[in-house]
Structures are given as structure tokens and as C-alpha cells.
Design a protein around this ligand. Structure first.
Ligand code: HEC
Length: 197
């Protein structure tokens, strides 16, 4: 009668399964601990929420070969300078609105969502919104009532989603903050606007 090999024993595989599961868990925890500080607001690539008090510019990073955000001069959203807490509250409200209205059904934000409509990750810096004097109000008006269509390239219209004025302003704050995130050159082919003066 053939004696069974050590590697075919049940207890060996049970122990292996326990060690592999435990080991993977430790690695996942370490990776999570490494990632969290890098994706939190106020870190190197993800700016603090009060960045919405500033102009967002872009410049080519020659070593990384991607466009990277540069936090420019003071240029508060809607002309009102906010504290970090106020800015966080506004940006969070915008993010909640985007989630509640399911904008991702058509748009992509930070790599998540659909490509039926334009990528919103850097929409704050879309040239269609005009100069810094009218940029935010144009965006608010568009989000509240997209029937006053601004873009022609897609030949698709955005439906009116019943976004209130307060929600639209918060969404714009969220979009401005998001545009300041260093996304490693994503979306591909993104070109910022010219911002003189
Ligand atoms: C049913 C699909 C759909 C949904 C849902 C939708 N959009 Fe749109 N959105 C569009 C389309 C289509 C366009 C392009 C319209 C145009 O060019 O005039 C657009 C354009 C935009 C733009 C201009 C993009 C740019 O490049 O400047 C913004 C900003 C925007 N949408 C924000 C939102 C927000 C915020 C929400 C959620 C509250 C939302 N959209 C939900 C279809 C949608």
C-alpha cells in the first residue's frame, strides 16, 4: 500500500491556506496604510480643500513627462476666501451631490464612470468656461440648466437634473478642487487653459 506523501496531507494544505491568507492580509493592511496618506486631502498629490482659494495652473514636468498642477496666486472661488473647514464642507457637499445625482452615469471622475459625456476630472480648466471673472458662474448656470448648451463637439446634451443653486456651487467647488489633484497626466491629452495676468 502506497504511503501518502507529505505534500498530499490535509493538514499541510490547511496550514498553507492559513499562512497564505494571513500573509496576504498583512500585505493588504501594509499597502492600505501606505496608500491612505497619499490619497488624503492635504498630501503631496491631493491638495488641501482650501486650494479652491487659489488659481489652478498646469505645467509640463520634464522628468515625469506629464502635465502637473501648480497652485497659483490667490483667486478665491466665487470671490470668497474660505477656511480649510469651510472649503472641506463645500467640496464634500459637491461630492455628495455628484454621487446623489449619479453624474458618473455619463461622466468619468478620477478614472471612474462612463464616457458618454466629457471627463469631469479637469472640467474646471475647460476653456469653454471663459476667463476667471465668469468661469464659476458659467459653470453653475450650466449645471443648473444644461439646455443652454456650451459645447458642440459631442452633439449630445446633458439633461436637466434639478440641481439647485447651492448644490451647483458646491459641485463647482468639488470640480475646482479635483482639477488640482496630480493625476499623473490623466486624462490623457488634457490641456489646461491659458491664464494670463
Ligand atoms: C445623462 C447623461 C449625463 C448626466 C447624468 C450628467 N451629465 Fe453632464 N454632460 C452630459 C453631456 C452629454 C455633456 C456635454 C454637453 C455639451 O457639450 O453641451 C455634459 C457636460 C457636462 C459638463 C461640461 C464638461 C466640460 O468639459 O466642461 C459639466 C461640468 C457637467 N456635464 C457636469 C455634470 C454634473 C455635475 C452632473 C451630475 C449632477 C452631470 N453632469 C450629469 C451628460 C450628462
Amino acid at each position: 500500500m502506497a504511503t501518502s506523501q507529505w505534500w498530499s496531507s490535509e493538514s499541510f494544505w490547511r496550514k498553507t491556506a492559513i499562512w497564505v491568507t494571513g500573509g496576504s492580509m498583512v500585505i493588504l493592511i501594509l499597502l492600505t496604510m501606505d496608500t491612505l496618506p497619499q490619497i488624503s486631502a492635504g498630501s503631496k498629490r491631493v491638495p488641501a480643500y482650501s486650494v479652491i482659494n487659489h488659481r489652478i495652473e498646469y505645467q509640463l514636468d520634464n522628468t515625469r513627462h506629464v502635465q502637473v498642477p501648480v497652485i497659483g496666486k490667490e483667486e478665491p472661488l466665487f470671490g470668497v476666501k474660505l477656511t480649510e473647514e469651510e472649503a472641506e464642507a463645500l467640496v464634500s457637499h459637491g461630492k455628495m451631490t455628484v454621487q446623489a445625482k449619479n453624474c458618473m452615469n455619463c461622466h468619468t471622475l478620477l478614472g471612474n464612470g462612463a464616457y458618454y459625456a466629457p471627463d469631469l476630472t479637469k472640467a474646471w480648466l475647460d476653456q469653454y468656461w471663459g476667463n476667471s471673472d465668469i468661469r464659476e458662474t458659467q459653470m453653475v448656470e450650466f449645471i443648473k440648466d444644461p439646455s443652454n448648451k456650451l459645447h458642440n463637439s459631442l452633439n449630445r446634451r446633458m439633461p436637466n437634473l434639478g440641481v439647485t443653486d447651492e448644490e451647483a456651487r458646491a459641485v463647482v467647488a468639488f470640480l475646482k478642487w479635483m482639477s488640482a489633484i496630480d493625476t499623473n497626466g490623466f486624462p490623457y491629452n488634457f490641456k489646461s487653459i491659458e491664464q494670463e495676468n
